[in-house]
Design a protein around this ligand. Structure first.
Ligand code: NAD
Length: 504
């Protein structure tokens, strides 16, 4: 197959709805769409209908070399531009995200399969993180103090250089934007490797950054999969790697990047527990838990995966099942990413059932009329799951909720603590004391009280604990400033008295 395909056809695709208008994706290097050195390609599918919409090249280390060269070249002038000028590009980028929100959401919906309202929410979050990045001149301004007579110490933040960012399939627009605005406003240049399953949104992000006035080479895209990531980890010209994806790959990337003495922050998978106490508000808990387990078809690292039912909460479970039945594939529930994912998710349900768990709401074999080839799993609620079952331990990443019964809150916390993950945990209760107890004892980086998806909003940072994150600090918010900059400490003496030392 030829790699000299047409340029990414932004103008035609998002509005025309003609999948055949897509060709082979190109990489974006030095402000240009360039053909990859790839000899292999993967299909990009529309999961809602099971149709191919594009082809993505599996780029090589040579493509990474080209992108690093462009990013290194661009770094020289971009990093020395005053931060307030760099922020101006992102004020314009934010306006372009707002102007193009509908088209961006359509693209997310098309390549990922989530509903339009979920896709729009994702774009809105991208707008929020860009707004935060525009406040970097105020937040990253350094420090200065006269530490002794005529002697001052100052701290200035410097960008790292070329940074690489690797993203997963479940938020094609938002997760790239978790790092792009912050890292670039802080003066770094970047190479993005988007998920090969959803590479189209990133191409449109590149177009909007260009339109916003970002200089050539500051932002680059190398499409592909494992080989590109390995080349990024090994490349001496890349100073830092941020990664978001599964725990298995996060560990590989963290180990490989740090073995090359790079700064790395790798966010992994999740198994989030919602602890429901008997005094919880019934209606609010039922609707929150149902929304958390089914939103984005359960394909989000903040989704409720296990509900720990403490004592008798049967009325809440009943209402939760009623809520789940209102969630209909193809209407208010999107597709899962692939046929393989659908089979994997249904396999977990069937195995749990065989092991004695009780399927209260069954989403297996979901078919949407008119979209018979789409990859749908209906909302699924399974009761009497035991902590030792595979479905209770592993990340299912589908609209499936396991209910695990516990006698008291300490038993619930023990179950939550035993999970190797630690992204999020929530408690549903009317008691401030019990909520406080769970906040203190849950082993997770993001805690919710009466909230099913406890995502911190900017300027608060996003990041889990344990096997849900490797590396220090968080990926967004103020914490990202530490990751994307290094400190220069300068001590200056302007005291003319010759015998006075800097300690005096
Ligand atoms: P994934 O780990 O399969 O892929 C993530 C990225 O790694 C992709 O760009 C992929 O091309 C690359 N990759 C895959 N295998 C690789 C290998 N062997 N070596 C190097 N790179 C490799 O994840 P996914 O299936 O795309 O995304 C879903 C996962 O992401 C879930 O586990 C989810 O919980 C997690 N996730 C976590 C967060 C978070 O904030 N913690 C956010 C979103 C998604």
């Amino acid at each position: 197959m030829s790699s000299t395909a047409d340029t990414f056809p932004l103008q035609t695709k998002p509005t025309s709805g003609k999948p055949e208008s897509f060709r082979i994706l190109k990489n974006y290097v030095d402000g240009n769409w360039v053909s990859s050195h790839a000899t292999e390609y993967l299909p990009v599918m529309n999961p809602s209908v099971g149709l191919q919409i594009a082809e993505v090249p599996l780029s090589t280390s040579k493509d990474v070399d080209d992108a690093v060269r462009a990013a290194e070249q661009a770094f020289r002038s971009w990093s020395t531009m005053p931060i307030k000028e760099r922020a101006q590009v992102f004020y314009r980028y934010k306006a372009l995200l707002e102007k193009n929100a509908q088209v961006l959401a359509e693209l997310v919906h098309e390549e990922n399969g989530k509903t339009m309202s979920e896709a729009m929410a994702e774009v809105e979050k991208s707008i929020e993180v860009t707004e935060f990045a525009c406040s970097m001149p105020q937040l990253a301004s350094g420090e200065i103090l006269e530490v002794s007579r005529g002697v001052e110490c100052r701290i200035d933040r410097y960008p790292l250089g070329v940074v690489a960012t690797i993203t997963p399939f479940n938020f094609p627009n938002m997760v790239p934007n978790w790092t792009i605005p912050n890292a670039l406003v802080l003066g770094n240049t970047m190479i993005l490797k988007p998920s090969e399953q959803v590479p189209l949104s990133s191409s449109m992000i590149a177009e909007l950054l260009k339109e916003a006035g970002l200089p050539a080479g500051v932002f680059n895209i190398v499409n592909g999969s494992q080989a590109v990531v390995e080349a990024m980890c090994d490349h001496p010209g890349i100073q830092a790697i941020s990664f978001v994806g599964s725990t298995r790959v996060a560990k590989i990337v963290y180990t490989r990047a740090t073995s090359h003495l790079k700064r790395a922050l790798c966010l992994g998978g999740a198994k989030n527990h919602l602890i429901v106490l008997p005094d919880a508000s019934e209606d609010m808990t039922a609707s929150n838990v149902a929304a958390s387990m089914s939103g984005c078809a359960g394909q989000r690292c903040m989704a409720a995966s296990a509900m720990i039912a403490v004592g008798n909460v049967d009325r809440i479970i009943q209402k939760l099942c009623d809520e789940a039945r209102k969630i209909v594939p193809g209407r208010n529930l999107g597709a899962v990413i692939s046929k393989k994912a659908k089979e994997r998710i249904e396999g977990y349900i069937t195995e749990a059932e065989r092991q004695g768990a009780k399927v209260l709401v069954d989403g297996r074999k979901a078919v949407v009329e008119g979209k018979e080839n789409g990859y749908y799993v209906g909302p699924t609620v399974i009761d009497y799951v035991l902590p030792e079952m595979r479905i209770a331990q592993e990340e299912v990443f589908g609209p499936v909720l396991s209910i695990i019964r516990a006698k008291n809150v300490d038993e619930a916390i023990k179950i939550e603590n035993n999970s190797p993950y630690g992204n999020a945990a929530s408690v549903f209760t009317q008691s401030g004391g019990m909520a406080r107890y769970v906040i203190e004892h849950a082993s997770a980086g993001m805690i919710g009280v009466n909230i099913g998806v406890p995502v911190p909003r900017e300027p608060f940072s996003f990041g889990g604990w344990n096997d849900s994150k490797f590396g220090s600090g968080d990926i967004t918010g103020k914490s990202s400033i530490e990751f994307f900059t290094k400190l220069k400490k300068t001590t200056t003496k302007w005291n003319p008295e010759s015998k006075v030392n800097w300690m005096s």
